[in-house]
Design a protein around this ligand. Sequence first.
Ligand code: NAD
Ligand code: ISE
Length: 339
Amino acid sequence: MTVRVGVIGAGMIGQDHIRRLTDVVTAATVTAVTDIDASRAADVAATVGATALPTGADLIVSPEVDAVLVTSWGPTHAEHVLAAVAAGKPVFCEKPLATTAEDCLRIVEAECAYGRRLVQVGFMRRFDTGYRQMKEVLSSGSLGTPLIVHCAHRNPTVPESYTSEMAAQDTAVHEIDVLRWLLDDEIATAQVITPRATGRRFAHLKDPQIMYFDTANGVRIDLEVFVNCQYGYDIQCEAVGESGLVRLPDPASVGIRTAGGHGTAVLQDWKRRFEDAFDSEFREWIASVEAGAEATGPSAWDGYAATVITDAAVRSLESDGTVVTVDMKPRPALYGGTA
Ligand code: NAD
Ligand code: ISE
């Protein structure tokens, strides 16, 4: 069977995922596209022989659509995901699941009422080979109990529209999700402090920021978010256990020796850094839809947890580094044991 996917939001990542579903994932085809910019929807749909539809609501109920991909702006996600759940169709939603914890909870409740998982959230790092290897090592117990995790998330630059809150909501949210999964543990507190700011930023922005998280089991996480680091897109993660540590590998790259020096290139953007992870994420999602099985990737609950934790980080930033307790609802049985 070929899974027929309808795409809501034909912007930057929507177009990239349409290419992926068309050229990379063999068991999928894009049959419908919608965008509030109708001419963009028509242009993008034409590139893959899909139908352009007027609204997300039309696309979700279309008989030509087996599964829905939501790649519109964050504040519109909840409405589309809720409509897909009401229609009983599998739905892949780019992060964030929703921009408020209340909307995330509405989705969790709708899915629980439906009785099986239909929602997957686009936290693609769980599909990255390096992170998967780290998880294998941590789960094997060979390092003993995990104690500390050191992380960095650096972007070369960000546009003027990027705000200080987005350091948690848009950027650190990827670490928040992947660390809950890596450690199989829940984040219990968040604290954000702002060291000396770089001169190479827009004046309104607090950059860099250092975030601290404590997990329910007492693991201490430190995360440097530095979105104007100039030199490249650089993701670092090192977990320290009682008898050793495991470190995320840098992307493979040739070593160059010249002019008395030795170096390797640093990637410049997240699209290339996580390209293989995005491909695996969609292969696995489509395979689950094709098999009529529940999605195994990040769930609506994970989307809710990420939003509650980023809210706590934003509250800490706004209160000059207060340690904020993460206030999460009890986890419904549909989502199983721990994170
Ligand atoms: P974008 O602005 O390039 O594209 C969004 C598109 O959605 C636009 O074409 C816009 O017209 C359309 N749109 C907005 N509201 C709509 C609605 N109600 N119905 C239909 N179309 C609508 O944005 P983007 O950079 O592609 O980001 C889209 C989403 O993907 C965001 O939630 C973002 O956080 C997420 N994202 C995830 C990653 C990742 O690493 N997983 C990376 C980038 C973006
Ligand atoms: C961007 O929005 C993403 O989601 C990327 O994955 C992330 O790494 C980047 O820093 C964000 O700006």
